[in-house]
Design a protein around this ligand. Structure first.
Ligand code: 5RP
Length: 236
């Protein structure tokens, strides 16, 4: 099954690159195994293509550079034509949970700056409501973490500090920590839940991405593709 899902991610990534990427675009690159497959597909399909790229993580930046796709730092007046990214959960309204790779803050910032956000997933990511399959990552300032653990638990979440393979707190590219929240029941109003979490001092960003996807490409292991668009076109 994991191999099937990897294949499905590749199907989604190659489809997104084939149909939505062309040289000359200002590109925001997401993070994770599906986004990595999209970066590889860009390098294969456009070996001499000129792109203006910003990456949402050091990992993606390194991969892109290895593949000779130039990546530059974010600038004050940046806008992107297209962002390509994965997701941990996608609801029927195309709201998402993201941040499994810990890049949620940069991913959300780049998504807000992008005219079109194309999300590539395997079918295991499709859920009836957010929180069903994945926990909700929240990037927090380390100084306030213990206070936030208590406050968010008091709001009914089961709160776990994300740790790395060495058992120490996972540290994001922004030098922050991540709390993974499991809601008591699936989230039916993602925008309201995100807003309530963000109100806590010390929260940098939540992994709830409400109303940000322009298109979700679902890849299947047998090569099939399904494209889903939001009921209301995304504000750009
Ligand atoms: C990273 C993310 C990823 O897009 C998300 O975790 C999906 O990852 P993958 O493509 O490896 O399944 O949000 O912060």
């Amino acid at each position: 099954m994991p191999e099937d899902l990897e294949r499905a991610k590749g199907v989604a990534a190659r489809h997104a690159v084939e149909h939505h990427v062309r040289p000359g675009l200002r590109l925001a690159l997401g993070t994770g195994s599906t986004a990595a497959q999209a970066v590889r597909a860009i390098a294969e399909r456009f070996p001499d293509g000129k792109f203006d790229c910003v990456a949402s993580s050091r990992a993606t930046e390194e991969l892109a550079r290895e593949l000779r796709i130039p990546v530059r730092p974010l600038r004050g007046d940046d806008r992107f034509d297209l962002m390509l990214d994965g997701a941990d959960e996608v609801s029927p309204a195309l709201d998402m949970t993201k941040g499994g790779g810990g890049a949620l803050f940069r991913e959300k910032l780049l998504a807000h700056l992008s005219g079109s956000v194309v999300i590539m997933v395997d079918p295991s990511k499709l859920v009836g409501a957010l929180g069903e399959r994945a926990s909700i990552p929240v990037e927090v300032v380390p100084f306030g973490r213990s206070i936030l653990e208590r406050e968010l638990a008091a709001e009914g979440y089961r709160v776990r500090l994300r740790v790395g393979p060495d058992g120490r707190p996972f540290i994001t590219d922004n030098e922050n920590e991540v709390l993974d929240l499991s809601p008591r029941e699936p989230i039916h109003d993602p925008a309201a839940a995100a807003e309530a979490i963000r109100r806590h001092t010390g929260v940098v960003e939540t992994g709830i991405f409400a109303g940000l996807a322009s298109l979700v490409v679902v890849g299947f292991p047998d090569g099939r593709i399904e494209e889903r668009r939001p009921p209301v076109a995304r504000r750009t």
